[in-house]
Structure formats: C-alpha cells, structure tokens
Design a protein around this ligand. Structure first.
Ligand SMILES: [Zn+2]
Length: 396
C-alpha cells in the first residue's frame, strides 16, 4: 500500500500528470475500495416494528451508520435463545425465529435504495457494485427447527449459514458453554445423529455450516462430516483470550484443512479476558437474571445496562487487541482462512469499533500492521465469499 500513497502524494505534488492518474479509483481510501462484510449483526425483536433503521438509532447498526462506516455487506441474524428440548420449547423458539426473519425481510422491502438481499456470493458483489448494502441472513442456533429440520425452507427464505448451537446443548450437538441448570455434562459428545442430518441438509441446500458457539468435539466432527468448508461466524482465539467460546490452534488448523474460515469477533469479553472482579460480578449478574430463554425485551435491556456497568469496571478491549486475534489466526491458519465479525447489537463492540460508523478503524489497524490491500480484502470478505461459493457448489 505504501507505494499507492507515495504515488498519490507524487500526483498531488506534480500536479501536471495526465488526468487519468486522478481517477476516482485512486481518490477512494483503501477502506472504501475493499468490500467489507461483517458476518454477525444482531437485531432486537422490536426491529422494524418499534425501531426504524433509516434514522440514527440507539443501535450499533442502522442505515446512516452503515453508510458512514462503509460497511458494505452483513449477515443479519435470526437468533433464538436456547430453550427446553420439547415441542413447546421448539414452538416458542420458532415464534422468535419468525419474528426476526420478518424483520429482516421488512428491512429489505422497506429500503430498496439502501439495502439489497443477497442469496449468493455474486449477489453480494452486485449489490455492493450498485451502491447498496448487501443483506445476507444467518441463523444463530438451529434449535427452532425442532427435530425435523426443514433446512430447504429456510434456504429458500435466504438463510446462508446456520449455527448448530448457542449457549447450552441442543438436539443437534453440544455447545461450547453447557447450560449449568439443564446440562449435566456433555449430551452427545459432539454432534447427534440429528445434527449430522442437519449438516447433510445444509450441504444439500448450499447453506454454510457455522460452528461458533459449538463445543470443540461438535466443531471437529462438523468439519469432518460436512462436504463443504465450514465457518466460525463469530469467534475469537484462545491464544489471546482463553474462554470456552474461542478457538484453539487445533481448531484453527482444522478450519484451514477443510478450506473454511474463522471470523474473528469484536466482542470485548472474547477479545480480552475480564478481570477477576469483573468475572465475579458477571457470574452474580447471570445468577440473578437466570435462564435467557424467558427474557422479554425489557429484561434484556436491563441485563444489557447492568452488563455494561460491569464492562466499564476495566479498560475496554481495543481495536489493536482485536487485530491481535486476527494476527494470531493468520499466523496459525493462513491469510485465506480468517475474517471479521462485529456481533453488533448482540454484545459486540470495542474501543474504536463501537458501532458500524467506526468500521474504517479496523481497516486502518490492519494497514498499520502491514497487511496489503489484497490481504485486507481477503480478511474483510474474500475468504468468506470463497467459502460461500464452495457451499453453493456443494448444494448443486
Ligand atoms: Zn453469538
């Protein structure tokens, strides 16, 4: 990149070079030139009914912030908290999933000038070329699909990755974080038979298999069982922050071996370990609030406020510390197997990348560390889109 900057400076200084030297291409910053894709953007249940993202909102992601931060594409998330493995539990989960699916389709239908639904990697590039934010859909936690998962239906609706588990084991596999109330040790020692059927159905329908939130056994088995490369849609590395949610080097190498991609997550507690004082306060807070499955929005908000107060007890994780995760993942798995996820509006956000409007700071830190434009493009979207294309081919 240094050469391009020198060239730009030379053009300005010389002032007499042919006009074509000053094409718009060279005037745009590196951040504006690369296609930026965030693989994890959460939405509240009140999205599009009580919250209108065309305005500057309290959310970390809305349409003005996407434009300000040149965030070109994102996986918008149908998240369902883990509930009981019963018909009633699945039905309640399905309601939540339907609500978020409606919100994402409403977003796309309401602001066609600003956002465009993308079903393929080619759609993503087209939408961005047309000046629109490409909306992809990811499902976080396959739980609401019950015991007869209709992956074809969700694939027709636009879902392009499905996370096998969330917090707590489910019918498909074991989570990285067992639910202390419900889970008495591992449930399946990895994937269940139903989990294997789920993966086969994802492969058949061109949907990427997401192993973020799964336990290591589940993740390693999923990597072997899937005929398409897997992704970790939003995870950090244990080498930098040793939490259950993060990936160890063996897992990073597995993702490399199968041609997949690990998307580093900008969630403070996964970027930098909390202090002992913060850890104790969080444990007490979680005990006080109980099982997430029963929370309404007001309770989620209250929890969020209390959680933020605990976060404020120590300096926040920074963009530099976040990029340390990227550096480590690149060192272990290689430049072709690492990407980026914010987890905005789902707990994500660090000092310097607090919302979508600050996205250029991540690119700036990558530039400072000496990554080339080609490498930054791979990290921001190229690797993920390559895996998405492989999943599309596997589905045919
Ligand atoms: Zn998550």
């Amino acid at each position: 990149m240094r050469n391009v900057f020198l060239l730009s400076a030379a053009v300005i200084l010389a002032g007499c070079l042919p006009d074509k030297a000053a094409t718009p291409q060279t005037e745009r910053s590196l951040h504006e030139r690369v296609l930026t894709l965030d693989t994890h953007i959460d939405i509240p249940l009140t999205y599009m009914t009580e919250i209108d993202p065309q305005f500057d909102t309290a959310l970390q992601v809305d349409l003005p912030k996407l434009a300000a931060g040149h965030l070109d594409a994102g996986f918008w998330i149908i998240y369902t908290p883990q509930g009981e493995l019963t018909e009633a539990g699945y039905a309640a989960g399905r309601e939540i999933a339907e609500t978020r699916y409606r919100a994402i389709t409403d977003l796309v239908n309401s602001y066609p000038e600003k956002v465009e639904m993308a079903l393929t990697a080619a759609d993503v590039r087209n939408a961005v070329d047309n000046g629109r934010h490409a909306v992809l859909i990811g499902m976080e936690n396959a739980y609401p699909m019950g015991e007869n998962p209709d992956v074809a239906l969700w694939a027709r609706r636009g879902v392009r990755y499905i996370g096998i588990t969330h917090f707590g084991h489910n019918q498909f596999g074991d989570s990285s974080n067992a639910n202390p109330k419900r889970d008495d040790g591992p449930r399946h020692d990895g994937l269940s038979d139903l989990g294997k059927r789920l993966i086969r159905a994802m492969n058949d329908n061109g949907v990427m298999v997401d192993v973020s939130h799964t336990g290591k056994e589940t993740m390693m088995q999923a990597a072997d069982y899937s005929r398409a490369p897997i992704i970790a849609s939003h995870s950090g590395v244990k080498a930098m922050a040793d939490t259950a949610r993060n990936l160890d080097d063996e897992q990073l190498l597995k993702i490399k071996d199968v041609g997949g991609v690990a998307q580093m997550v900008a969630l403070g507690a996964y970027v930098k370990l909390p202090t002992a004082e913060q850890a104790a306060a969080r444990k007490a807070l979680d005990a006080e609030f109980g099982d997430r499955a029963g929370w309404d929005q007001a309770k989620r908000d209250r929890y969020g406020e209390r959680r933020a107060a605990i976060t404020a007890m120590a300096p926040e994780a920074t963009v530099a510390e976040f990029v340390d995760h990227i550096d480590h993942a690149v060192k272990v798995a290689g430049i072709d197997h690492v990407g980026i996820a914010s987890d905005f509006d789902g707990g994500g956000g660090i000092d310097g990348w607090q919302d979508a409007s600050e996205t250029a700071n991540v690119t700036a830190e990558l530039e400072r560390r000496g990554y080339s434009e080609e490498e930054i493009e791979k990290i921001w979207s190229g690797n993920l889109l390559r895996v998405m294309e492989a999943a599309e081919r596997a589905g045919r």
